[in-house]
Design a protein around this ligand. Structure first.
Ligand code: UDP
Length: 313
């Protein structure tokens, strides 16, 4: 029997490229589609000599044609950091809507299993804490984050419509803050921003008073969760993330400590609609996928720091 074929949209991105690695390690052939808007060749160039890997520079908001059979489609294409989707608001809306439609169309044509990379942003600035999958969220559709949040909410609705109407075999992963090697130092997120600032000895820019919380998941744990969801038979959304929550100001202090930096913390204006709290309820993932994160923050941050040091050499 031939190898299974997986298409990964956004395969040159942070999460997408780790997924390409994982799927190849699982014995699949991977076709990576990316228009390199926020993805990078350096994330995938180690795969270029691999006969089971193919990269096609492509904008998935256009009709997608793949000649071969396709067993799995993982739709990970999208700007995903607040700075990126503020810089590319229309592209973000298009890839979440038109891109999801095209990727679902390909899945229908090829009778593939389809997995959508959704996000904790569907919960917006949540009024329920921690967030479980049955919470519908608190999103400002016309705020600056609306371009990402609403695109992903539309993508979930579209995925469920293809599941219900076309009987497509679909999965929805709601991904919470994830970090690790291959994040862009300049993607504007708190974690790379703080690490970069600490390494340069600059002040760490905490937005607001830093009491807002996030819960950070190491990328290997996340990829394990995605893979388990892919091979499960679960059609309802599943939260994937680490439930260990920390305030942003404590997180900044942690980065200063881990980098042995002399940097100080400065406080800047809080961006509009910045969620005040965020922590995944991962009961469903535990029960259905028998999954939970294994890497604690200190361990994961050390690996990530090492990666950033290497890339800056
Ligand atoms: N943040 C910060 N300083 C920065 C970048 C981000 O204090 O230089 C804050 C941001 O306002 C948010 C949290 O850190 O409250 C996490 O932001 P991030 O951009 O990592 O992603 P988000 O979880 O908001 O999507």
């Amino acid at each position: 029997m031939g190898k299974k074929v997986a298409v990964v949209t956004g395969g040159a991105g942070f999460l997408g490229s780790h997924l390409c690695d994982r799927l190849i390690n699982e014995g699949m052939k991977v076709i990576c589609l990316d228009n390199l808007l926020t993805g990078r060749i350096s994330n995938i160039e180690h795969l270029f000599q691999n006969e089971n890997f193919q990269f096609i520079m492509f904008d998935v908001t256009n009709y997608i044609h793949v000649p071969s059979d396709v067993n799995y489609i993982l739709h990970f294409a999208s700007p995903a950091s607040p700075i990126d989707y503020l810089r590319f608001p229309i592209q973000t809306l298009k890839v979440g809507s038109l891109g999801t439609h095209k990727a679902l169309g390909l899945a229908k044509e090829k009778k593939s299993i389809f997995l959508l990379a959704s996000t904790s942003e569907v919960y917006g600035d949540p009024l329920v804490h921690p967030q479980s999958e049955d919470y519908w969220g608190n999103v400002n559709p016309v705020g600056p984050r609306g371009v990402y949040d609403e695109a992903k909410r539309f993508a979930e609705a579209m995925t469920m419509a293809y599941h219900r109407y076309h009987a497509l075999n679909t999965r929805i992963a709601r991904i919470f803050n994830t970090y690790g090697p291959r994040m862009r130092l300049d993607d504007g997120r708190a974690l790379p921003a703080f690490i970069w600032q600490a390494m340069k000895g600059e002040d760490l820019t905490v937005f607001g008073n830093g009491s807002q919380t996030r819960s950070f998941c190491y990328v290997d744990d996340l990829v394990e969760g995605i893979f388990r969801l892919l091979i499960s038979n679960e059609h309802q959304p599943v939260n994937l993330g680490n439930s260990e929550e920390i305030s942003i100001v404590d997180f900044a202090k942690e980065i200063i400590r881990l980098t042995d930096s002399k940097s100080k913390i400065v406080f800047k204006e809080l961006p509009l609609d910045d969620p005040r709290v965020r922590q995944p309820d991962i009961t469903r993932a535990r029960n259905i996928l028998n999954w939970e994160p294994k890497v604690n923050r200190e361990e994961g941050l050390k690996i990530t720091l090492e990666y950033f040091k290497q890339t800056l050499k």
